[in-house]
Design a protein around this ligand. Structure first.
Ligand code: SF4
Length: 276
C-alpha cells in the first residue's frame, strides 16, 4: 500500500508493478478492512486510513509489521493504482469515488497481465497468452464507464485455461517422474511440515500454505498460482524455477538469502540473511 509522496504523473500504458509515488493512495482509502491479523483496525470502505498522510504517503510505512498491518505490506496493486490516476482519470490530482470502482476492475486485470508476461514464453501456449495479453492491455486503457462492463471473471477463466496449458507443458517429461499425488490444487496445507515432500512439479494452485514449513524445498516447476504463502517459511527453498509466482506471494513468505526466486521478481528486502 501507500509508501511515498505523490510526484509528477507521467502517462503509462499498463504498468505491472506498483509505484505509489504515481498514485493517490487509492488502496489506503477505497477498500474496507476488518481488524484481524493483517490489519490492526476496522476501516470502512471509502474512508482514509487514519495513518494516511495528507501527501498520500503512509505515516507508519517503516513499521507496518510492528504496528499490526502486515496486510498492507503484502498488498500489491500490480500498477493498477497509477493506471487509474494517470490513464483512466487522465492525471487527476484529487481522489474521487469512481476511482475506487475502477481500481476494483483494474487490479485483477493487472495481476493477470503480470502472470501472462510469464506465460508468453511457453512454446506451445505463448501465442494464446500473447493474444489474451493484447486484449487485456486494451481493456485497461478504457474509460471508467467502459471498465465497468469488463467481465473480470471471464478474463480470469480464460487466463486460467492458458495457465493450465502452460503448466501441463512444463510438467511433461519432468525428470521427477510420476506426478500423481502432487496435484495439491486448493489443498489445506496450513502449518504443515513439507520439508520431506517432493514438491517438484506439484500443482499448488490456490493451496493454503500459511505458516507451512518449506525450508530447503525444491519447488522446480511447481505451480504457485494463487497459493497463499502468508508466513510460510521458505528459507533456503528453491523458488527460482517455480511457475506463476507473484511478488506479493514472496513478500508474504519468510525467506532468506539462500532462497532462490524467479528471475523476473525482486527479492523482498525484509527477508533475513542466512544464518552464518
Ligand atoms: S497503514 Fe499505511 S499502508 Fe496501510 S492502509 Fe494505512 S496508510 Fe495505507
Amino acid at each position: 500500500m501507500s509508501g511515498a509522496p505523490a510526484g509528477p504523473a507521467p502517462r503509462s500504458a499498463a504498468p505491472r508493478s506498483a509505484d505509489c509515488s504515481r498514485c493517490l493512495a487509492l488502496c489506503c482509502v477505497g477498500p474496507g478492512f476488518a481488524a484481524s491479523a493483517d490489519f490492526a483496525i476496522d476501516k470502512p470502505a471509502g474512508t482514509p486510513c487514519p495513518h494516511l498522510r495528507a501527501d498520500h504517503a503512509c505515516g507508519i510505512h517503516a513499521q507496518l509489521h510492528e504496528r499490526g498491518f502486515p496486510g498492507c505490506v503484502t498488498f500489491d496493486c500490480f500498477g493498477a493504482g497509477q493506471q487509474v490516476v494517470e490513464v483512466t482519470f487522465g492525471g487527476a490530482s484529487r481522489r474521487e469515488p469512481a476511482m475506487f470502482a475502477a481500481l476494483e476492475v483494474l487490479r485483477p486485470l493487472h495481476e493477470v497481465l503480470a502472470l501472462l508476461d510469464e506465460a508468453v514464453a511457453s512454446p506451445a501456449h505463448g501465442r494464446a497468452a500473447a493474444d489474451l495479453r493484447a486484449r487485456v492491455e486494451e481493456m485497461v486503457t478504457r474509460d471508467a464507464e467502459a471498465l465497468g462492463t469488463v467481465d473480470v471473471g471471464a478474463v480470469r477463466r480464460e487466463a486460467g485455461a492458458v495457465f493450465d496449458g502452460m503448466v501441463a507443458e512444463a510438467h511433461a517429461g519432468h525428470p521427477s517422474g510420476d506426478l500423481r499425488g502432487r496435484d495439491l490444487r486448493g489443498a489445506d496445507l496450513v502449518g504443515q511440515d513439507l520439508r520431506r515432500r517432493d514438491l517438484r512439479a506439484a500443482r499448488l494452485r490456490g493451496a493454503l500454505l500459511l505458516g507451512a514449513d518449506l525450508r530447503g524445498v525444491d519447488l522446480d516447476r511447481a505451480e504457485m498460482l494463487g497459493a497463499d504463502l502468508r508466513g510460510a517459511d521458505v528459507r533456503g527453498a528453491r523458488l527460482a524455477g517455480a511457475l506463476l509466482v507473484t511478488g506479493p506471494q514472496l513478500v508474504a513468505a519468510r525467506g532468506d538469502a539462500a532462497t532462490t526466486v524467479p528471475a523476473h521478481l525482486r527479492r523482498p528486502p525484509h527477508w533475513i540473511p542466512s544464518a552464518p
